[in-house]
Write a protein that binds this ligand. Structure first.
Ligand code: HEM
Length: 483
């Protein structure tokens, strides 16, 4: 998976060169003017970072983690603002009703598909029918990997998660066609990569990224529209997601194909980025921690022996007979591993926009229309809440330790307050299925690009919005005997 850091200087196209020159000039002016402009804003009382707002915004979009960390230090941990954003207190941020999530993220998505208000938990018994198909998808892809060789967790596992998400969010005409899924994946990757700082901050600028994004969005819509039409005209209804959506929307007095496509796209976007990255990291953390890997593998074996079919059946068949409720309720080790992986990996930003009245905040004012962002690292890596915060330790959540309950809103891996993740149950199930098939099907160890075992647990590059690493692969050293 490529990073989305802007590539305008390296690519060297004429437009990007001009942009680079402009930025270099702006940088010089900004350094000179910085000391003059950093001061409290007399209207709101919030400390203004000063400098050129464009540069602050640029750093916000490119090296966000470093920008926020340094700004916090400079302002002595006070709320601060720069032209586009203001930082805020955790409780207000997650509970205030006038703070809108979708309008907040719109600034990062830059006019691309947006999160829709879905609730996958309402899908009821459809998930039981979907289950064997999901497992068969996972099995088909993992079979192409092994039993020996290397895989990049952030491309191969990501593609696997993409397939599973397409299966859950669309219909089998599409999910059963590997060439179509692969094309969809390429379009989706183009969209992801084109959310560069240049494309977001200069939407009028005809950069290659901007053009690629417009083209990919149109093609994605076209492709998905054709599948919605296939299902709309089908004579025999199914329980696939598009059919379920069609049925629900028809009951709600009809809806356009575009609305359903928007819905499906949003689900894929909400699902793939976080789930793909999280499964990759969970496998790396487990691969680096023999104790937790053994516990997780033992839990999967116990689940199979309680609910699985004959051990001589293919793995996906054995797993398919495990009821969804058992995946939900009988995997405390996997739950702790997922929770800890997300504490470490989901440590970026939450964003809101104040759509209603001005909000008073400790003598300051957050005006209507302002964007607010909360830096999740502030709590996820607070050593007074999570001792040794950068180490992978799923035991922190055990009864008796319960570090995530030490202060209110200490854990934000799935969001909190008014915007808890609508896909949490589905995402957890997806993460458990992929890791369980992996642990039961392979023996593996994480290695570096040269095939050497890693000497230390790798750290996540927190400036990288996608949180991926291109320098770690999983070395598959054969079938796990649980298979
Ligand atoms: C490991 C995978 C996932 C993680 C870690 C995750 C995490 C989150 C977090 C932290 C939020 C809150 C964001 C905020 O407060 O600004 C959120 C919101 C949301 N997530 Fe997820 N998510 C995952 C997968 C999914 C999936 C698979 C779906 C859909 C199928 C989904 C749908 C949503 C939606 C619709 C919201 C917005 C809820 C609202 O507006 O109240 N997520 N997610």
């Amino acid at each position: 998976m490529n990073k989305t850091t802007p590539s305008f200087i390296l690519n060297g196209s004429p437009q990007e060169f001009v942009l680079a020159v402009i930025l270099t000039t702006v940088l010089g002016i900004a350094i000179a003017s910085y000391l003059y402009f950093g001061r409290p804003n007399t209207d709101t009382g919030i400390h203004s970072l000063g400098g050129l707002s464009f540069l602050n915004a640029w750093r916000f979009f490119t090296t966000r983690h470093d920008f926020l960390r340094e700004s916090f230090h400079r302002t002595n941990q006070r709320p601060f603002e720069f032209s586009l954003f203001q930082l805020n207190a955790r409780k207000l941020f997650f509970h205030e009703k006038s703070l809108n999530l979708n309008k907040g993220y719109a600034i990062l998505l830059g006019g691309g598909p947006k999160l829709a208000d879905i609730n996958v938990n309402n899908q009821g018994s459809d998930e039981e029918a979907l289950f064997p198909l999901l497992l068969s998808d996972i099995e088909k892809i993992t079979r192409t990997w092994g039993p020996e060789g290397t895989i990049d967790p952030f491309t191969e596992v990501y593609k696997l998660v993409f397939q599973v998400t397409v299966r859950m969010a669309t219909c089998r005409e599409l999910a059963d066609d590997p060439a179509e899924v692969s094309q969809l994946f390429d379009l989706y990757s183009t969209l992801e990569k084109s959310s560069t700082a240049a494309a977001l901050l200069l939407p009028w600028f005809p950069s290659p990224a901007r053009k690629a994004k417009t083209k990919a969005t149109a093609e994605l819509f076209k492709k998905l529209c054709s599948y919605v039409e296939v299902r709309r005209n089908a004579t025999v209804p199914s329980n696939d997601a598009i059919d379920v959506l069609l049925a629900q929307f028809i009951l709600a007095e009809g809806v356009s194909t575009n609305t359903i496509v928007g819905f499906v796209l949003s689900t894929i976007f909400a699902g793939v980025v976080n789930s793909g990255m999280s499964v990759g990291w969970a496998l790396i953390y487990l691969g680096m921690n023999a104790v937790w890997k053994a516990k997780a593998t033992a839990e999967v074996r116990a689940l199979l022996s309680r609910h699985g079919t004959s051990p001589s059946d293919p793995l996906h068949k054995q797993f398919a007979s495990i009821p969804v409720s058992a995946w939900d309720e009988e995997m405390p080790v996997a739950d702790a591993v997922i929770r800890e992986t997300l504490r470490l990996a989901m440590s970026g930003l939450a964003i809101r926009r104040n759509l209603e009245n001005d909000i008073a905040l400790g003598g300051h004012t957050v005006a209507r229309g302002d964007f607010l962002t909360y830096w999740v690292s502030e709590i996820h890596f607070d050593p007074s809440v999570y001792p040794d915060p950068f180490s992978f330790d799923p035991g922190r959540y055990d009864v008796g330790r319960e570090e995530d309950k030490r202060v209110p809103l200490a854990y934000l891996g799935w969001g909190a307050g008014r915007h808890v993740c609508a896909g949490m149950r589905l995402a957890k199930l997806e993460m458990k299925l992929v890791t369980a098939l992996f642990l039961a099907g392979f023996e593996y160890e994480p290695v570096d690009g040269k095939g050497q075992p890693l000497t230390a647990v790798p750290q996540i590059d927190r400036n990288d919005i996608q949180r991926v690493r291109g320098d770690i692969v999983l070395n598959l050293v054969g079938d796990n005997d649980a298979a």
